[in-house]
Design a protein around this ligand. Structure first.
Ligand code: ADP
Ligand code: MG
Length: 695
């Protein structure tokens, strides 16, 4: 066979060809090297699985067995039953959804590993278990070893026959064909002093570990590479920012600034004060500010940002605050325009759904410098928008904006001061290592007088009782949110679920209550009207998709019901909880979970109900993610790692940082790019894009 290299086009690998090659390339695997960096999502340790005879109801377990038979069961809801047998007994696997597709997947004799919660219905069964094909017994060693790697799959991969098993085969083929062609790219001194396996061994063992230890040492080595790459890029970016000089330097706060502070209906909390002091120091220095402001939901970040804006304005400049939704932009505008107007500061609102005529007026005001502070969505960074003199660019909930969008706001000025804000705090030491080049301010405290929210989680079977309880609460004048998940992948079904939930509540369960519905497909003006009515107490209940998660303020709403809570990340759950209980009444959050729910899902909900501390939540959220579980890391604005876990791998992170500083120093002296950089630029291209999106 022709000698393969890392950079060989994937379609030349035996078993791939043009068709599979195209699908793999669409998944970012266009070379043989990238296939080797397609890491298992998990391993099944065949010595650790449960026997069928040992299963008990409610257990969450993995079982390995063979398909004994299958059939579609009619009568009631049609479902697929697959009977799995091992040496000790039989287990029914049941699927209600997707049974037509699934029926074709299983053949008698197939060996499967299935994971799920054990239920009992005329015998033990698992409903919608996770399943993996792990070999048909005639395969060679790679499929039947004690530790079996399981790869992340998509419907597109499966459509061209790429299952965990066939990916294992491809990787085996690639490793054999490469032979000793996997060349170490880390300096020998790092390998030695960090006691890492070499690259060839790490790649082999991440796919075919001998045991759990060799898998972990391979993972550590590759996670080190990932973190080293990240730290190196951060070093270089930090250096670039430091070189730049600001065109205009703010003076210290004066009369205008003081007059706005005096008009606030509250005193700043200590955390707001110290963050603001740091921001003022930056703005009055000669280098552009590049600061992250983090604080839990409700900690009052907006006031800090607005006061920074006032400083820019007092010095003759303009400021912009970009937020992810129109609702939020409108709310900020409504909250601040009068107060600031009284101080002589003209504010503007710029959102996509405004009439072209209105937009023109605002655009003209920004261009002439008449509007000093604009709140808006990404409409602010539209082509046609120019600022007379933008000195402060604030981006709220920064993780929700793409790379380009964020850069473009600052691009509307001449190196303006930049402030990004996030409501998902991460531990300070971690933030410093991960953001590297961003300075960080933290608001650790909430404004006084907030009453902690009571949180519980229940299975959906309890919904009847829950709604009865909620109905009584509504009768006492309380207001409730009911939140449905909405994700891009399943948007259509999710919207249907929200609409169906709304219909059920308003016609069957609580016809006597005033209930509203908002989601992204409802016209902005109608959505705003509904929100306004909810805000004004004309509605008792608001059914919504996750749009409300991003910071709107309804002080009276004190009850939150989260549907399909098992589908949300911990940090996201916490953000939603921040929407209620801001007023004087005690808040209540009820998370409703549906089966099947994974063990991690259960631990997430248990943790969610155990604390309201945003820092602890963020930490647990990162910790509860397995490697390769990318979904949701965006909430932190953190880069998406393949193997590294920034919480549990902190020791690796620190040593990677030290080495990155050294390597970057060497690079500055010799101007010779280190080997690992070239390799990683090719393989971790997504990491690079993510990193660039951090600021
Ligand atoms: P977040 O940090 O989540 O963006 P907001 O800026 O939306 O929080 O503030 C949440 C609420 O707290 C707002 O209603 C705001 O008026 C109020 N608030 C902000 N700062 C204080 C303070 N120092 N004392 C009392 N209330 C405050
Ligand atoms: Mg906010």
């Amino acid at each position: 066979m022709a000698k393969l290299e890392f950079t060989t086009d994937i379609q030349y690998l035996k078993g791939v060809g043009p068709k599979r090659g195209a699908v793999l390339a669409a998944h970012g695997i266009d070379t043989v090297g990238k296939l080797l960096y397609y890491f298992p999502r998990k391993y099944i340790d065949r010595s650790q699985v449960a026997t069928i005879a040992s299963l008990r109801e409610h257990d969450y377990k993995t079982v390995v067995g063979r398909v004994i038979g299958k059939g579609l069961l009619k009568g009631g809801k049609t479902r697929l039953e697959v009977v799995l047998g091992d040496d000790t007994g039989y287990l029914s696997l049941i699927w209600f959804a997707g049974y037509r597709y699934l029926e074709k997947q299983f053949k008698k004799g197939d060996e499967l590993a299935v994971t799920g919660t054990v239920g009992y219905f005329m015998g033990y069964q698992m409903l919608h278990p996770e399943y993996e094909f792990i070999g048909d017994g005639t395969e060679d060693q790679i499929h039947t070893g004690r530790i079996v790697p399981i790869y992340p799959l998509t419907a597109e991969l499966q459509a061209v026959g790429l299952t965990s098993r066939s990916i294992r085969k491809l990787i085996k083929g690639a490793l054999d064909a490469l032979g000793d062609g996997i060349v170490e790219y880390l300096p020998a001194e790092i390998i030695k002093s960090e006691n890492l396996p070499d690259l060839a061994e790490a790649i082999r063992h991440i796919h075919y570990p001998n045991d759990a230890e060799s898998a972990e040492s391979a993972r550590k080595r590759l996670a080190f590479d990932e973190l080293l790459y990240l730290q190196f890029l951060l070093q270089s970016r930090k250096f670039r920012y430091k070189q730049r000089d600001k065109k205009f330097i703010c003076g210290r706060p004066g009369e205008l600034f003081t007059s706005v502070i005096d008009r606030l209906p509250y005193h700043l909390t200590p955390g707001q004060k110290s963050s603001l002091d740091q921001i003022i120091d930056d703005m009055t220095s000669s280098k552009p500010m590049n600061r992250l402001l983090q604080g839990d939901v409700g900690s009052g970040k907006t006031a800090v940002a607005v006061l920074a804006a006032v400083l820019a304005i007092e010095n003759g400049g303009q400021a912009a605050v970009m937020v992810p939704t129109e609702i939020l932009a409108g709310q900020h505008y409504a909250n601040w325009k009068d107060l600031l107007g009284q101080a002589g500061i003209t504010c503007g609102l710029l959102i996509g759904s405004m009439h072209a005529r209105e937009k023109k007026v605002v655009a003209a005001g920004l261009g002439s410098g008449e509007i000093k502070l604009v709140f808006g969505t990404h409409a602010i960074i539209g082509e046609s928008i120019t600022f007379a003199d933008l000195r402060l660019a604030v981006v709220d909930e920064q993780h929700r904006f793409g790379v380009l969008q964020r850069g473009r706001l600052a691009g509307k000025g001449d190196y303006p001061d930049r402030l990004v804000m996030t409501a998902t705090p991460i531990p300070r030491t971690l933030a410093m290592t991960l953001y590297g080049d961003l300075d960080i301010s933290t608001i650790p405290d909430l404004p006084p007088g907030r009453i902690p929210i009571r949180t519980v989680w229940r299975f959906a079977s309890a919904l009847g009782d829950i709604y009865k309880y909620i109905d009584e609460e509504l009768g006492r004048g309380n207001q409730a949110f009911v939140i449905f998940p909405l994700v891009e992948k399943s948007e259509k079904m999710d919207l249907q679920a929200a609409e169906e939930g709304f219909r059920e509540l308003s016609t069957e369960l609580m016809p006597h209550r005033r209930i509203g519905l908002v989601h992204g497909r409802i016209k902005a003006d109608e959505r705003d009207r509904t929100l306004q009515r909810f805000h004004d107490g004309e509605l008792d209940m608001l059914v919504a998709t996750t749009v409300v998660e991003v910071g709107i303020d309804i002080p009276n709403a004190n009850i939150l019901i989260i549907q399909h809570a098992e589908r949300f990340g911990l940090a996201q759950l916490h953000q939603m909880r921040g929407r209620v209980g801001r007023g004087t009444r005690r808040g209540l959050a009820v998370a409703i979970a549906y089966q099947p729910m994974s063990d991690i899902g259960r631990r997430r909900l248990d943790y969610f109900t155990s604390t309201t501390d945003g820092f602890k939540i963020a930490e647990a959220d990162l910790e509860l993610r397995g490697p390769g579980e990318f979904f949701g890391t965006r909430q932190h604005g953190l880069p998406e790692f393949r193997l590294a876990n920034p919480i549990t791998d902190q020791p690796i992170l620190s040593s990677a940082r030290v080495w990155a500083e050294k390597l970057y120093g060497d690079y500055r002296k010799t101007r010779k790019r280190p080997d690992f950089l070239l390799n990683h630029a090719a393989i971790f291209s997504t990491l690079r894009a993510d990193l660039m999106s951090v600021a």
